[in-house]
Ligand binder design. Structure first.
Ligand SMILES: [Zn+2]
Length: 66
């Protein structure tokens, strides 16, 4: 599951500037008001990833309720 998310994150152009914007699903880029927040950690890099309900189920079904 971390691997799947990592592949998504790698596609982003990561900016370290602060950003004020709406949530977007990491997978389908849909604007979402409520999101699943998933922490992704690799090496010393840690980031929060947001998913809509649909994509969360597809990407990380085994983490539900945990
Ligand atoms: Zn989505």
């Amino acid at each position: 599951m971390q691997r799947a998310i990592l592949n998504i994150v790698k596609k982003w152009k990561i900016s370290w500037k602060p950003e004020y914007r709406t949530f977007r699903c990491a997978r389908c880029q849909k604007n979402i008001r409520k999101a699943w927040h998933v922490w992704l950690k690799y090496g010393r890099f840690k980031t929060e990833v947001h998913f809509c309900g649909k994509c969360f189920k597809k990407t990380a079904p085994q983490t539900r309720g945990g």
